[in-house]
Design a protein around this ligand. Structure first.
Ligand SMILES: O=P(O)(O)OC[C@@H](O)[C@@H](O)c1c[nH]c2ccccc12
Length: 278
């Protein structure tokens, strides 16, 4: 792993907290819902394959959304989300493993556990269909990918540049998330996906993560060859009470819109920016 000194202070604090947290007791055995099937169903249905994220807050959010996580997840599925991502990190994102369990019981789409897993025992805290592993934060990625699969999880391996992509591919990842947010600076740049995507092999599922806020951004990521998108803030609308179903639908329909719809949706996005954030 790269040294912590290169990371934004908020990220260092998140990692320190992750290393302190207790893992699970025993080893989980998950009967996972297939992400590949869920993405294919969305495509067949004319929806942009979108993983919508229940993220009550974040170090870069301007507020907290403290609605019931189950209601938020249901609203996202009603808006056409192919899968749900749930932050389980408690001290910086307002998440909890219990919220994930409740959500997974309430919806029938695959559920991704979003957390900062640093060792095997961290995986055993709660069952989920997918588990995030961040290349930058783990020492032995190959061992963690194998450990995740042994438990039945579909590991989603997060990278930010071509070197990390190489590491992920060497570790056998077949589900790769390219994070547009740089964890060293917390800055978002959609060019990240555009520059890494050409090196992702065809048989690997590529997920564009972070910073997608408008139907135009969705199209841009799809044009860069993203198989699916992971969107949190633009759907959650932190600090406000915008309609999560509508926020989801607007992005899921980005490829079926005509020019007039697109102009209206972009205007809505702009109006939105006042009380939301990225
Ligand atoms: O809220 P955004 O910009 O739509 O981003 C969602 C997701 O990509 C982001 O929450 C994320 C990507 N990788 C992470 C790792 C840990 C915590 C959070 C994340």
């Amino acid at each position: 792993m790269n040294p912590d000194t290169e990371l934004a202070p908020a990220v260092q604090s998140i990692l320190a907290a992750a290393r302190e947290r207790a893992g699970g007791e025993g080893v989980v055995d998950v009967d996972a819902r297939s992400l590949a099937d869920a993405l294919a169903d969305a495509e067949a249905d004319g929806r942009v394959p979108l993983i919508a994220e229940v993220k009550p807050t974040s170090p870069t959010a301007e507020g907290t959304r403290d609605d019931d996580p189950v209601e938020l997840a249901r609203a996202m599925v009603a808006g056409g989300a192919a899968a749900i991502s749930v932050l389980t990190e408690p001290s910086h994102f307002g998440g909890s493993p219990e919220a994930l369990t409740r959500i997974r019981e309430a919806v029938d789409v695959p559920v991704l556990r979003k957390d900062f897993i640093v060792d095997e025992s961290g995986m055993d805290l709660v069952e989920a269909d997918l588990l995030l592993l961040i290349v930058r934060f783990v020492d032995d990625l190959e061992a963690l990918v194998a450990a995740a699969r042994e438990r039945g999880f579909q590991p989603l391996v997060e990278v930010h540049d071509r070197d990390e992509l190489e590491t992920a591919l060497e570790a056998g990842a077949d589900l790769i998330g390219v994070n547009n947010r740089d964890l060293a600076t917390l800055e978002v740049d959609l060019e990240t996906v555009e520059s890494v995507a050409p090196n992702v092999p065809e048989d690997v599922t590529l997920i564009a993560e972070s910073g997608v806020s408008s139907p135009g951004d969705v199209r841009r990521m799809r044009e860069a060859d993203a198989d699916a998108l992971l969107v949190g803030s633009a759907i959650m609308g932190h600090g406000g009470d915008s309609d999560v179903t509508e926020n989801t639908r607007r992005l899921v329909r980005a490829e079926s819109m005509d020019a007039a719809d697109l102009a209206t949706a972009s205007a809505t996005t702009t109006a939105h920016d006042g009380d939301s954030q990225t």
